[in-house]
Design a protein around this ligand. Structure first.
Ligand SMILES: CC1=C(/C=C/C(C)=C/C=C/C(C)=C/C=O)C(C)(C)CCC1
Length: 299
């Protein structure tokens, strides 16, 4: 049935065409222009896709007929962010490792969850290995810059070969699980299309700066589809009215995050050499609770 005013009917097509447009942008402009646009998109669309977590928790609680006060939910949420931020301060290596593993799972879940007919224990490994393939493609394409950021956060230098081992290990794990899940009919997907997407990511990552590469994946392939799923979950469909409703409820949380980042930057992050490390640590702290919220919604 055609829904009145529904937009974004072909999201995959839109994402792919925009990826090529962003690739052209990377070829035409230098790293500093790419980085400015990347920060802008991450701070707008990227942060926005995690700004409605409290409403998502409340809606899923009320769907499950569970009562929970807004104050209680929001104080748990803020407390959890503070714990994650202090983990980055006191145990940065453990925090970064956990963040990368969680992110791998989260990226994989966003990409694959709608293609699953049945879930099992293998699903967790499947999602994680896919997300870690994407992240390690990014790491092998920008080994030096990634290592600088990791060194700034943790004080440890990673052997460049490690990123290639991570990539090959996850490709192996993912391929085995893909075949198994296809064989027992848990998964519906077109492998040629999926390999094509991975090749596109590699070309993009090899061409664009680290931040622009990350932004292209994070905004187009993760945040945009996640925003679409969230609006459908909260309001039932993608219409202009529902997008405005979503923006209205998330605006305050979005503003708090961006103003919080600015204030922290003024106090701690002014050194431009360490800014990107500071930026990723901030992103990580606000991402942990978001990953848990989205995992709960996908169950
Ligand atoms: C790109 C990149 C890194 C990883 C970033 C990750 C893993 C981001 C995940 C974001 C998520 C999951 C956001 C929320 O939805 C490192 C390791 C910091 C090193 C520098 C470059």
């Amino acid at each position: 049935m055609k829904k009145e005013g529904t937009i974004f009917k072909n999201l995959d097509g839109f994402v792919l065409v925009t990826t090529f447009f962003f690739l052209w942008f990377a070829i035409s402009f230098g790293d500093s222009v790419e980085d400015i646009v990347a920060y802008f998109l991450i701070l707008t669309f990227g942060i926005l896709h995690g700004a409605n977590d409290l409403k998502l928790i409340q809606t899923s609680n009320s769907n499950a007929k569970k009562k929970s006060s807004f104050l209680k939910v929001s104080s748990y949420y803020v407390f959890f962010i503070l714990i994650c931020a202090s983990l980055f301060y006191f145990l940065p290596s453990l925090a970064l490792l956990t963040f990368v593993l969680f992110s791998g799972y989260h990226f994989g879940e966003q990409h694959w969850s709608s293609k699953f007919k049945r879930r099992s224990k293998a699903t967790l490994w499947f999602y994680s290995s896919y997300g870690l393939i994407v992240l390690s493609l990014l790491f092998v394409s920008h080994t030096i810059e990634v290592n600088t950021v990791i060194e700034n956060i943790t004080g440890h230098y990673i052997e460049p070969n490690f990123f290639s081992y991570l990539l090959f290990f996850n490709i192996g794990l993912f391929a085995i699980l893909y075949l198994l899940l296809k064989k027992n009919r848990s998964l519906e997907s077109n492998w040629i299309r999926e390999i094509f997407y991975l090749v596109v990511f590699l070309v993009v990552f090899k061409t664009a700066s680290l931040l622009w590469s990350f932004a292209i994946y994070f905004i187009l392939w993760h945040s945009l589809p996640s925003l679409v799923d969230q609006i459908k979950f909260l309001y039932g469909g993608i219409t202009r009215k529902n997008i405005i409703l979503y923006l209205k409820t998330s605006l305050i949380y979005w503003a708090i995050s961006v103003i919080g980042l600015l204030v922290l930057f003024l106090f701690f992050g002014r050194d431009s050499n360490t800014f990107i490390a500071f930026f990723f640590s901030f992103l990580a702290a606000i991402t942990f609770p978001h990953v848990l919220v989205m995992t709960r919604l996908n169950k």
